[in-house]
Design a protein around this ligand. Sequence first.
Ligand code: HEC
Length: 131
Amino acid sequence: MIGALWWEGQHSPWSPNFDAQPLNEKVVGATSGPVFQGGKLFHDKGCLNCHLIQGFGGRRGPELTYIADKLTRDNLVIRIVNGGTNMPAFGSSLKPGELDDLVAFLETRKRPIRPQDQAKETASSATSTFK
Ligand code: HEC
């Protein structure tokens, strides 16, 4: 982390990825509805130029692959509307419906429960049943 900050300090502080391609269906996880629209807006509004989702996008801002594990819906809205250090505020450039769709999309960005963890949970509840 310190290395990355140093690198940014020594080199261009502005390194968005202007070639970011729209996110594919598999990454977005929906083919219609608000999550789908939000995934599309995430590209069209330029979020993807600065943010990585599952390895796609840019590295100007923090990776957002699992952002819903960290930020609540309200915090997502606040950040998008107000921007931040080196992030533009989108409050005036998004229609209310667009903001809702973007947030719906970001709310699905959670770390999945891994199959082995699920198995473990089942195994431990089974153990407690037979204690
Ligand atoms: C010019 C680059 C840039 C663009 C475009 C951009 N962001 Fe950001 N974003 C950042 C940076 C840099 C931060 C960290 C800012 C800070 O900590 O103050 C950030 C922070 C965030 C965070 C909080 C991340 C965290 O870990 O707390 C969210 C959520 C977010 N951006 C969503 C979006 C969305 C949605 C869009 C599009 C509507 C967008 N960003 C567009 C650069 C950008």
